[in-house]
Ligand binder design. Structure first.
Ligand code: PHE
Length: 339
């Protein structure tokens, strides 16, 4: 008897059907009032005492297996019905496809990369955790140089030789160490400074720094390159180079773009002057070239650096730099149409 029931368990397991009628027939055969299960249960009293336990267990298994089988087959039938039904109704509205969007910093970064790759610059990258040499010393900023205070630095507490890079000039050092001139490269990336966080500044932001080293590179080349850049990016070709100081360039300048004074916003972002500062630049100090293994007697170069976040804020009318790192989906979704 027990073997017979076990045989049924296997049969139930193997059973499959795709029509409601067959499933119902199957259900009645096993689980119906006059079904096999009830027949077997009726036999219970005739089973020898020492076999009652096993008989009961096997019978229960058969019951559960049959119930599960019926439920499973019915469910898959229903799913199928639903699927065909929705396919048949061609008037149903389509399902909206969610389009992702790029981050505004990424959008501006890509634009800048495009602009410079059109005139032969490649892209170089380096580590965000730097050593003192690449971030400072090689850039003509020896230990105890007061200009180190220009950029408040995050140091790794236990090791002052390890820090979060304060600019991507460190990437340019690495590039010069590993490549021969002519060098034309831009280095986009995230940088860190130990500054109070506000609507205008953050303790991390993004830069693109550019470097051109070759024979006979002049300040005029720098000026023309920057002018090309601002024309492509903003549609504004009037620039001004204001004398400034950076340890790694000589002479050095701040880059201003003439933004105009047509709207109220123009007044606001240029503080009423019409001029907008977008970054720093200069001729690479010969000491820096020498530190990086390039012969400063033969080669000269220019370098510049611009902040991506500020430019993104300007181009997309973003009021608060913190929006750029808060990951608020309502903010990020607004850039769907931009690339
Ligand atoms: N590294 C400078 C900064 O982060 C910018 C800069 C780059 C200035 C290259 C001059 C030349 O402030």
């Amino acid at each position: 008897m027990i073997d017979k029931i076990k045989g049924h368990i296997e049969k139930v397991k193997a059973f499959s059907s795709e029509t409601t009628e067959d499933i119902e027939k199957f259900r009645i055969e096993y689980l119906g009032k006059k079904g096999l299960l009830n027949d077997f249960f009726a036999e219970f009293k005739n089973v020898a005492n020492d076999q009652k336990k096993e008989f009961g267990q096997v019978l229960n298994t058969l019951k559960n297996t049959a119930q599960d089988k019926v439920a499973e087959l019915k469910a898959s039938l229903e799913n199928e019905a639903e699927a065909t039904e929705s396919l048949q109704d061609l008037t149903r509205p389509g399902q909206a496809i969610e389009i992702g969007s790029r981050h505004p910093v990424e959008i501006v970064k890509n634009r800048i990369i495009n602009i410079f790759s059109n005139i032969g610059f490649n892209v170089s990258e380096g580590p965000e955790i730097e050593d003192d040499w690449h971030n400072f010393t090689a850039l003509n900023l020896p230990e105890y140089h007061p200009a180190r205070d220009m950029q408040d630095t995050f140091f790794i507490q236990t090791n002052p030789d390890v820090l979060l890079r304060t600019h991507t000039s460190s990437v340019q050092v690495r590039y010069m160490e590993n490549n021969e001139p002519p060098i034309r490269t831009i280095s986009p990336g995230r940088v860190y400074r130990n500054e109070a966080i506000s609507a205008r500044s953050h303790c991390f932001f993004h830069q693109v720094e550019g470097l051109y080293v070759d024979k006979g590179v002049s300040f005029a080349d720098l000026k023309k390159t920057l002018q090309y850049f601002t024309t492509e990016l903003f549609g504004k070709s009037k620039i001004r180079l204001r004398p400034s100081y950076f340890p790694f360039t000589e002479p050095s300048a701040e880059i201003d773009v003439y933004w105009g004074l047509e709207t109220e916003t123009d007044y606001k972002i240029t503080k009423g002057t019409g001029w907008l500062e977008i970054g720093g630049c200069g001729m690479v100090d010969p000491n820096v070239l020498t530190n990086c293994g390039i012969d400063a007697e033969i080669y000269s170069g220019f370098a510049f650096g611009v902040g991506i976040d500020r430019i993104a804020m300007l181009l997309h009318q973003i009021q608060d730099i913190r929006m750029l790192s808060e990951n608020d989906i309502r903010f990020l979704e607004q850039f769907k149409a931009s690339f």
